[in-house]
Write a protein that binds this ligand. Structure first.
Ligand SMILES: C[S@@+](CC[C@H](N)C(=O)[O-])C[C@H]1O[C@@H](n2cnc3c(N)ncnc32)[C@H](O)[C@@H]1O
Length: 225
C-alpha cells in the first residue's frame, strides 16, 4: 500500500493512505482559523469528518482535549495512527457526523465536510465520500448546520470551511435559524482541482462554473449565545 506524507504544519507528520482525504487548501484554511482561536488548555474540541486527523491533531497540539469522528473506518484508523505518530492524544470515534457524541458538549466544533457538487444522484461510494455532497453540494453541510449547535456549549463556536459553489448565504442563514451568530472570517480563491475539472460540462450546465475556473473557499465562524 503506497502512502504519502504531508507536513501540516511543523511538526505534525501525517500519513494519508489511499482512500483517505489528503490535507488540501481547505484543510489549511481551517487550520489557520483554528490557530487564531486562542484555544485554552483542556478546551473540548470536536472534529467532524476528520479524514487523516490533520485538524484534530493540530487542535490537540494547541492543548485542546480532542474528539474526532469519521464515517470511514479507514479514516478512523488513519487518525489513530497519526495521533500515535505525532504523540498527540485524540479520541477517535466512528460515526455519522455527531451521532457518536450526542451526549457530549464541546467548546469548539470544527468541520471540513464533503461539499463538492456532484451530478451523481446516488450517495457517493469509496474515496468520493470524502468530497461529493449531492447536486447542490449541501448534503452534509446542511446537516452540520443543524447538528453542530446541539453539541456546542453556550459561548461555544463552530468553524466550518466550504466552497462558495454551494452557497455561503445559505450556510449563514441555516446557522442563524439554528440560533448561532455566523460570519465569514476567511476567503481565498483557488483554481478548480481535478474533481471539478472532470465535471466541467455538468457544472456549466448547472450554472456553477466561473469563466476563470476558480472557486472561493470560505471559513464560517458561528457562535452560540
Ligand atoms: C473533505 S474531507 C476532510 C478531512 C479532514 N478533516 C481535512 O480537513 O483534511 C471530509 C471527511 O468527512 C468524512 N465524512 C463524510 N461523510 C461523513 C459523515 N456522514 N459523518 C462523518 N464523517 C463523514 C469523510 O470520510 C472525510 O474523511
Amino acid at each position: 500500500m503506497t502512502t504519502e506524507t504531508t507536513t501540516l504544519p511543523e511538526p505534525l507528520r501525517l500519513r494519508t493512505p489511499p482512500g483517505v482525504y489528503e490535507p488540501q487548501h481547505d484543510t489549511r484554511l481551517l487550520a489557520d482559523a483554528l490557530r487564531r482561536e486562542g484555544i485554552r488548555p483542556g478546551a473540548d474540541v470536536l472534529d467532524v469528518g476528520t479524514g487523516s486527523g490533520a485538524l484534530a491533531l493540530e487542535a490537540a497540539r494547541l492543548g485542546a482535549r480532542v474528539t474526532a469522528v469519521d464515517i470511514s473506518w479507514r479514516a478512523v484508523l488513519t487518525t489513530r495512527f497519526n495521533a500515535w505518530l505525532s504523540r498527540q492524544q485524540v479520541s477517535v470515534r466512528h460515526g455519522d457526523l455527531t451521532a457518536a457524541v450526542r451526549d457530549r458538549a464541546f467548546d469548539l466544533v470544527i468541520s471540513n465536510p464533503p461539499y463538492v457538487p456532484s451530478p451523481e444522484r446516488r450517495p457517493p461510494r469509496g474515496a468520493a465520500r470524502a468530497w461529493d455532497a449531492g447536486q447542490d453540494g449541501r448534503a452534509l453541510l446542511d446537516r452540520v448546520c443543524a447538528e453542530a449547535p446541539e453539541v456546542l456549549r453556550p459561548s461555544g463556536a463552530l468553524l466550518l470551511v466550504h466552497s462558495g459553489l454551494c452557497g455561503v448565504e445559505d450556510t449563514l442563514a441555516r446557522l442563524g435559524d439554528a440560533g448561532l451568530s455566523a460570519v465569514v472570517t476567511d476567503r481565498t480563491s483557488i483554481p478548480f482541482g481535478p474533481v471539478l475539472l472532470s465535471r466541467l460540462a455538468w457544472l456549466r450546465q448547472s450554472g456553477l462554473s466561473a469563466a476563470d475556473l476558480r472557486e472561493e473557499l470560505v471559513v464560517i465562524r458561528a457562535t452560540k449565545e
